[in-house]
Design a protein around this ligand. Structure first.
Ligand code: AMP
Ligand code: MG
Length: 392
């Protein structure tokens, strides 16, 4: 049996970061920057008002001043503010020459011909200075940053329409099993609803990739190969579930083992011992052949696929995202295999194993928010012990 760590190391040695491409900003959310983004101009580009009010010389207030002009954001013809004058100014409008402060409208009578200002104003009040956010030429985002809403905003804010990124990997999810039925359709005897393709596609999306749920293909290896052929052209990675263990009717193993580019092996873990991984086609598209039991396939995704997707996105593959917690009950684990038991991690730093640790017990998984990791050489964990936990 391979250890979890060795198996993951093999996967990470095989997958590669996706090649950068230039995308329109509208399509860049969730991608990873592949260039440093800098600003061609200072931001703000010019001194401007931080408030609606009056641009004045601070030494002229308090007092009543004639209002000689009105400037809105976007104005470009500005009259200078002479001694004893005020200009009505809106938030974001450029500061007129001569003025050194903005008096907020709340401190005045709001006049449009003349304005009565009731209090002192410090020099520089309510002015946003050119370059106080970003200097011209300054790098605002570094390569390797994931583009979220605010990052998209600053890229637009420095005037860019297109940006070089590593795209989100496109991941096709296929489930296998003659017993599977689409949710919503009635169940005949011996059938179950296909849940893995939903779980895994959702997990792909949560991992910052694009998930395409191809549905289920039964147990015929020829049909599976045909489907793989169809999807390979648009996939950066493929995930299958089921059909990789030791029984008969293991279509994934039967279809892929003869190709010689996908290995099926036992990994020393519970749940999820049977695993397959390799590459397909001329483009060497990685394929993760996960076991069929719902908890096994999900745990396998978290341990093996997620870090691989991080690598494809050009992100660090931090594989040790665990926290320490105190387990509220005792645990058992098979010798020689690393266990990932489902638990509820509480804010007081305790973790409680959920009832139902079978690898088919999807409802129990759905009630958990953490995996409790029990090392290979530990078979019993007394209640109250400290354990490592992976948050889900
Ligand atoms: P297999 O690995 O194909 O032998 O499947 C192991 C167990 O997982 C069997 O009980 C299957 O019925 C179940 N299973 C396989 N695929 C799915 C799926 N997509 N959704 C829910 N259960 C599944
Ligand atoms: Mg099956």
């Amino acid at each position: 049996m391979r250890s979890v760590d060795a198996y993951l190391a093999d996967i990470l040695a095989t997958v590669r970061p996706l090649a950068p491409l230039e995308l329109e900003l509208e399509r860049a959310l969730g991608t990873t920057l592949a260039e440093d983004v800098s600003s061609p101009v200072p931001l703000p580009p010019f001194d401007n008002s931080a408030m609606d009010g009056y641009a004045v010389r601070a030494e002229d207030v308090p007092g009543t001043l004639p209002v000689i002009d009105d400037v809105a954001a976007g104005s470009d013809e500005l009259r200078a503010v002479g001694p004893g004058h005020a200009v009505r100014i809106m938030t974001g409008a450029p500061m007129p020459a001569g003025a050194d402060s903005v008096v907020p409208v709340e401190w005045t009578d709001g006049g449009t011909v003349s304005v009565q200002i009731n209090r002192d104003v410090p020099v520089g009040n309510a002015i946003r200075r050119a370059g106080e956010d970003v200097q011209a030429g300054e790098v605002v985002l570094k390569a390797g940053t994931v583009i979220g809403p605010a990052q998209l905003g600053i890229i637009a804010g420095v005037g860019r329409r297109r940006v070089w990124v590593r795209p989100q990997p496109r991941v096709v999810v296929i489930s296998t099993g003659a017993e599977l039925v689409e949710p919503g359709a009635p169940l005949a005897r011996g059938q179950i609803w296909d849940s893995n393709s939903y779980t895994l596609t959702a997990a792909v999306r949560e991992a910052g990739a694009e998930g395409f749920r191809a549905g289920s293909v039964g147990d015929d290896p020829a049909v599976l190969l045909d489907q793989l052929d169809t999807h390979l052209v648009r996939a950066d990675a493929i995930i299958t579930s089921g059909g990789v263990s030791m029984g008969a009717y293991e279509p994934v193993k039967e279809a892929l083992a003869p190709l010689g580019t996908v290995r099926f092996e036992k990994v020393a873990m519970q749940p999820g011992m049977p695993q397959g991984f390799g590459v397909l086609g001329d483009d060497r598209v990685p394929i993760f052949a996960l076991p069929g039991n719902p908890v096994s396939s999900f745990v396998s995704f978290m341990l093996f696929v997620r870090p691989a997707l991080d690598k494809m996105r050009g992100l660090p593959t931090d594989t040790s995202r665990t926290v320490t917690a105190y387990v509220t009950g005792s645990l058992r684990s098979p010798a020689g295999r690393r266990s990932y038991l489902r638990g509820v991690l509480a804010s007081d730093g305790t973790v409680s194993p959920v009832h139902g640790q079978g690898s088919h017990q999807l409802a129990a998984l759905a009630s958990a928010n953490a995996l409790i990791v029990v090392p290979e050489d530990v078979t019993e964990v007394p209640g109250g012990s400290s354990v490592e936990v992976i948050r889900l």
